[in-house]
Design a protein around this ligand. Structure first.
Ligand SMILES: [Zn+2]
Ligand SMILES: [Zn+2]
Ligand SMILES: [Zn+2]
Length: 339
C-alpha cells in the first residue's frame, strides 16, 4: 500500500509508492559531459577564469599561477553580483530587487577527472575547510543573509564541467527551503524546548532502519520522508547550528562520513549524478542577537545528498509533493550492502 509521509521539519509530504517500480530502479542513461575546449579549471589555465579570491598554495606560489591545491574565484557567469541595493522595488503585485549577491567557484583539486569518493581524505578535509572559510568570508558583507555551498556531480545534476568543483552562493535573503526548515524547527522548539533535528537523530539511532553509517562526530541517514530515491542527510551528532563553526576534529569526521556516503552511492548505483547542499543557519548580525540565539538553539546544520536517478514530473512541480519509488528503508539496505 502506498504511504504518505510528512517531513517532521518542513512539513513536505511524500508519497512512498514502491509498487510503481516493481524492478530495481534502472539508472538513467548516463549522458557524458561534453568537453570541447581546454579545461579552464586545470593548472596552467588560470587566466581563463576570473581572478582568484582565495587559494590554498602550500608552496607559496603567486596568485593566478599554477602551484595551488584548491582555488576559489568568482563564477564567470554569475547568477548574482555584489552591486546594487537590497531594497525591494516595484509595486504591490510585481516586486523586484537588484540581484545582489556573490557566486563563486571552488576548484577542489588539480586532477581533472577524480571522483570525490576517490579523493584522499586530507584533500577532502581541506576542501571542507575552504567551504567554511568562504561562508565566514561572505557572511561579513551586511547585504548577505544566507550562504549556500553546493556541488553538482554529473550531467543530470546540471554540472557542465567534469573537473571537480563546488559552488558558493551568498544571497540577500533566506531562500524558501531553508526558511521552511527554520520555521518548522523554531515551531518545534517553542513547544518542546528541544531541537527537532536532535530528536530525529535519537529516534533514528533507536530504530536503526534508516541509518547508513555513524562515526564519532556524524550520523548519515536516509530521511524518513525522503523526497527522491537514495536521498541521504549527514548530521553532526551533537547540536550545532553552523557548519562554519566546526573545529578541526569535526571536519575530519565529516570528511570521513562524506567520503563513505558518496562511495556507497557510487558503488550501489553506478556513479549517478548527484547534488549535495550544506544547510547552515542564516547569517544574523549583532543587532539581531536575540534572533540569532533563538535560531541557533532550534536549527541543526546538515548536508543533504540528492542522487538524480529520476527527474521531477508534472505532479511534483504542480503539487509541491513528491512521489518516491524507493522507500528510505530499502535505500538504506542497498547502500549498506554495497558500501
Ligand atoms: Zn580540468
Ligand atoms: Zn540539534
Ligand atoms: Zn536541509
Amino acid at each position: 500500500v502506498p504511504e504518505l509521509r510528512k517531513d517532521p521539519v518542513d512539513g513536505t509530504w511524500v508519497i512512498v509508492s514502491t509498487e510503481r517500480c516493481a524492478r530495481p530502479l534502472a539508472i538513467r542513461t548516463k549522458i557524458p559531459i561534453q568537453e570541447t575546449e581546454p579545461c579552464p579549471f586545470c593548472p596552467g589555465n588560470e587566466t581563463e577564469t576570473p581572478k582568484e579570491v582565495f587559494a590554498l598554495r602550500p608552496g607559496g606560489s603567486e596568485r593566478d599561477e599554477p602551484g595551488w591545491q584548491i582555488r576559489v574565484f568568482p563564477n564567470k557567469y554569475p547568477a548574482l553580483r555584489l552591486d546594487g541595493a537590497v531594497e525591494e522595488r516595484g509595486d504591490e503585485l510585481f516586486v523586484r530587487k537588484d540581484g545582489v549577491g556573490v557566486h563563486e567557484v571552488i576548484v577542489e583539486t588539480t586532477v581533472h577527472d577524480l571522483h570525490l569518493a576517490d579523493m584522499d581524505s586530507g584533500q577532502l578535509v581541506e576542501i571542507l575547510k575552504v567551504y567554511a572559510h568562504r561562508i565566514r568570508a561572505l557572511s561579513c558583507d551586511p547585504r548577505i543573509r544566507c550562504v549556500l555551498v553546493f556541488r553538482n556531480h554529473g550531467f543530470l545534476a546540471g554540472a557542465t564541467k567534469l573537473h571537480p568543483h563546488s559552488q558558493v552562493v551568498g544571497l540577500p535573503r533566506v531562500p524558501r527551503r531553508i526558511e521552511r526548515e527554520l520555521e518548522g524547527a523554531k515551531a518545534y522548539h517553542e513547544v518542546h524546548k528541544r531541537c527537532v533535528f536532535c530528536d530525529i537523530l535519537h529516534r533514528e539511532i533507536e530504530e536503526g532502519t534508516r541509518i547508513l553509517l555513524e562515526n564519532e562526530g556524524f550520523v548519515v541517514l536516509a530521511p524518513y520522508a525522503s523526497r527522491i530515491p537514495y536521498e541521504l542527510a549527514i548530521y553532526p551528532r551533537n547540536h550545532a547550528a553552523r557548519f562554519e563553526d566546526e573545529g578541526e576534529e569535526g571536519i575530519r569526521f565529516l570528511g570521513e562520513a562524506l567520503k563513505k556516503s558518496l562511495g556507497a552511492v557510487r558503488n550501489a548505483l553506478g556513479d549517478p549524478s548527484f547534488h549535495y547542499i550544506i544547510h547552515t543557519a542564516p547569517v544574523s548580525s549583532g543587532s539581531r542577537r536575540e534572533e540569532r540565539s533563538a535560531q541557533d538553539a532550534a536549527f541543526h546544520w546538515h548536508i543533504e545528498i540528492l542522487p538524480r536517478m529520476t527527474s521531477l514530473a508534472g505532479f511534483e512541480w504542480g503539487s509541491g509533493m513528491y512521489i518516491n519509488i524507493v522507500s528510505p528503508e530499502e535505500a538504506t539496505a542497498l547502500l549498506r550492502s554495497k558500501g
